[in-house]
Design a protein around this ligand. Structure first.
Ligand SMILES: Cc1cc2nc3c(=O)[nH]c(=O)nc-3n(C[C@H](O)[C@H](O)[C@H](O)COP(=O)(O)OP(=O)(O)OC[C@H]3O[C@@H](n4cnc5c(N)ncnc54)[C@H](O)[C@@H]3O)c2cc1C
Length: 381
């Protein structure tokens, strides 16, 4: 059984062509200068690459989750930063809006976001709370007929440049935890104070700290139901965990190809590095890891696309393993390149730094294990 169809392979081809033509040339600039690639985002918008799962009627790619994984894999192969930027943009923001927003909200936001004209960001994490997201402190209070939002978000990808925030806020007491959280679709205005954050990898993704000072929104800016935000957040992160596995496969693949090229050309002790058995074993380990991560990512996405009850477990298994394997493969690639691998001239070095966020963002490895154990308990008692 093939987990991907011919259509997925056509999507791969167009994503690969796009990645090589438009993303590869700016990947190092994103990394070195923390450059946010506004023009490349617009180019991606023209092809539906920015929002792979948003219906074509809104200008998105109209694909399923496997299509998104394939797109992110191809982008990640040339730039972990660009791939993560698209994952946060197209899945955490746009796919969530498509799944949960009202028709009015979708009609207003999705065409502009799919085209890359307006930027969307998913704002959940706070200085107090990332893994423990049910403890968030940003508040939305009822004043007159409106909602007034005050609070502080942290680490928000695309956050510095975003025109819209899908924002989680507390609409009841903190003790009520996840039962008193509402999601709002908040247009950017002067009430939002954004500060860029310098990060180790996936640079050029507009990571920001955000302060919301008396931001006023209406009832029609609530996404889903008041106090019903947790379901939206959890569903979005479960899907995001599969999507980010696609980023991991791509980053690992990019580093593997770098290492392979190096091993073929580097000469030492009178022969090429690739003729040494340890180098061959290293490349074999790397490829085995990539194939493992790829299969897990495609399988988890397939389970989502076919509405299987096994999806939840596999989304966490795929994220845990793909992230770990990406860090391991990129580390091996740096090692294979020796001193060059440690220099800023090596792309393996960039992939190594890019890979680390995959073990942290959208749930750390520890949180993945926590959820897997909870599901195990449910299944086996
Ligand atoms: C570059 C970048 C981009 C990001 N993009 C976004 C974004 O777009 N939107 C957004 O909302 N957030 C975003 N995040 C935030 C990210 O999701 C959080 O950083 C992550 O969930 C971890 O939360 P934390 O940083 O608060 O760490 P903490 O939750 O404080 O975790 C600290 C440590 O405790 C461990 N830990 C947590 N729970 C347990 C447990 N039950 N048992 C054992 N150990 C545990 C963690 O694994 C970790 O090692 C981004 C982060 C980064 C760095």
């Amino acid at each position: 059984m093939s987990l991907l169809t011919e259509e997925h392979e056509l999507i791969r081809k167009s994503a690969r062509d796009f990645a090589e033509k438009y993303v590869d040339p700016i990947a190092r600039r994103m990394d070195r200068e923390n450059y946010y690639p506004r023009e490349t985002i617009k180019e991606a918008g023209k092809l539906g690459i920015l929002t792979p799962t948003v219906p074509a009627e809104y200008g998105g790619g109209g694909g399923d989750l496997r299509a998104a994984v394939v797109v992110l894999e191809e982008l990640g192969r040339v730039s972990g930063g660009f791939s993560l930027l698209v994952e946060a943009y197209g899945i955490l923001f746009a796919d969530a809006v498509n799944n949960f927003a009202s028709k009015r909200q979708k009609d207003e936001v999705l065409p502009k976001v799919a085209a890359g004209d307006k930027i969307g960001a998913f704002a959940l994490s706070e200085p107090c709370c990332g893994s423990d997201a049910a403890a968030i402190q940003t508040k939305a209070e009822r004043r007159g007929g409106e909602w007034v939002i005050n609070g502080h978000k942290m680490w928000i990808t695309n956050g510095y440049y975003a025109d819209y925030y899908l924002l989680a806020a507390r609409t009841g007491p903190r003790e009520a935890r996840h039962k008193a959280i509402t999601v709002f679709l908040l247009p950017r205005s002067r009430c939002v104070e954004a500060t860029p954050i310098e990060v180790m990898g996936v640079r050029g993704t507009g990571t920001a700290e955000l302060k919301f000072n008396d931001c006023v929104v209406g009832d029609d800016d609530v996404v889903g139901e008041v106090n019903g935000g947790w379901k939206i957040i959890m569903h979005t992160l479960d899907v995001g965990r599969v999507a980010i596995s696609g980023v991991a496969v791509g980053v690992a693949r990019g580093a593997f190809e770098e290492a392979l090229g190096w091993a073929r050309s580097r000469e030492l002790f009178g022969k090429r590095l690739i003729e040494m058995q340890n180098a061959q074993f290293e490349l074999a380990e790397m490829l085995a890891s990539i194939e493992t991560a790829k299969t897990l990512a495609y399988y988890a996405a397939y389970l989502y696309d076919t509405k299987s009850p096994d999806f939840l477990l596999m989304s966490h298994v795929a994220k845990l393993q793909a992230a770990r394997l990406a860090v391991d493969v990129t580390r091996r690639a740096v090692q294979m390149e020796g001193g060059f691998g440690y220099s800023k001239d090596s792309k393996a070095e960039m992939f190594y730094r890019d890979s680390k966020i995959l073990e942290i963002g959208e749930g750390t490895n520890e949180v993945m294990k926590y959820v897997i154990y909870k599901l195990l308990e449910k299944k086996f008692g």
